[in-house]
Design a protein around this ligand. Structure first.
Ligand code: FAD
Length: 289
């Protein structure tokens, strides 16, 4: 029997009272699994700046877990971006997921703010220079839509690590082989930092399929066929639990020890997959909430 993996969870900041309750409920289910860290996203186009900040600080203060705050370069000056990072450091939050970020909806390509960071590398270098943060970055086993090939993403990740990042979390992918190919290419390029696979349990195939297309994530034909049948038979959630568990099991068999789950603020699928992998609640809810 292999050892259960270390896990971490991504959340997005709530935009309404109802969404706040959903997030706290999700944390109530997943925080007892003793994640290595949890992360909170920064809305596309920098739209959730204050909400992200408030969610990060609240989780840090109340849930006894390490929190990594996502931070992007979008639509902000260098000084504004660094001020946000400083406020995290002042609150005792020392992990940042440093990203270039996507432009606001409908704006096409990323255009740096005239006084902002030009790209993720510039942001990482500036944050690293402060000496205050453990920096995580994004990585793309299926090539990012702006990259020509997987090797472009490997080379760019190398530059991000050289600029001061300590580890990477991947975009989601559907087949373990996609991750292993990328991991091997990273090792060949001299990247020794940990690369944590990002796992997206599929809560709705229609939504995830659309999202995958926009991210450049390859969609295998067998997956479409499996969901066609499962949706017809009313077994979509069952299939999703089985597929995410199988993907994780294949990754673990290939030597992976850490998994990062994109929870979409809905705990059930992630909790069930974790349970199937042997990751069970370690502390009573009363001790973390
Ligand atoms: P980068 O690594 O900077 O770029 C992606 C790829 O594009 C590179 O691999 C490279 O091939 C190419 N590229 C980019 N710039 C250059 C350049 N100057 N020269 C040559 N090649 C270049 N988005 C949000 O808005 N908020 C979030 O909270 C958020 N969280 C994320 C978390 C994770 C783990 C991941 C993987 C992605 C997340 N994203 C988020 C999405 C991310 O912002 C987008 O994918 C964005 O387009 C790229 O940001 P990055 O820093 O990962 O990319």
């Amino acid at each position: 029997m292999t050892r259960p993996p270390r896990v971490s969870f991504e959340f997005f900041p709530p935009k309404s009272i109802e969404a706040s309750f959903r997030l706290w409920e999700t944390l109530g289910v997943l925080a007892p699994l003793a994640p290595e860290f949890v992360s909170v996203t920064y809305g596309a186009g920098g739209t959730t700046r204050t909400l992200t900040h408030d969610a990060v600080k609240t989780i840090h203060a109340n849930y006894g877990v390490q929190v990594a705050a996502h931070l992007t370069c979008v639509d902000a000056t260098r000084a504004e971006t660094l001020a946000i990072a400083e406020s995290y450091a002042a609150a005792g939050v020392t992990q940042i997921v440093a990203l270039r970020g996507d432009p606001p909806k409908g704006q096409g390509r990323f255009t740096p703010h005239p006084d902002g960071f030009a790209d993720s590398i510039a942001l990482i270098a500036a944050l690293a220079e402060t000496g205050k943060f453990h920096l995580r970055v994004g990585a793309y086993p299926d090539p990012h839509p702006e990259a020509g090939s997987m090797q472009d993403c490997v080379d760019y990740l190398k530059r991000k690590i050289d600029a001061g990042a300590s580890s990477a979390i991947t975009q989601f992918f559907f087949e373990a082989e996609t991750f292993f190919r990328f991991r091997d290419a990273c090792a060949a390029a001299g990247i020794h930092a940990p690369i944590i696979p990002g796992i997206l349990p599929i809560n709705s195939w229609t939504g995830v399929r659309k999202f995958a297309q926009s991210c450049g994530t390859a969609i295998p034909a067998w997956l479409d066929e499996a969901y066609d049948k499962a949706i017809r038979d009313g077994r979509e959630q069952l299939l999703s639990t089985a597929l995410a568990t199988e993907l994780c099991t294949d990754l673990i068999a290939g030597g992976v020890e850490d998994l990062h789950f994109y929870t979409l603020n809905a705990p059930d699928l992630t909790r069930d997959v974790c349970a199937a992998l042997g990751v069970m609640p370690k502390v009573a809810l009363s001790e973390v909430a």
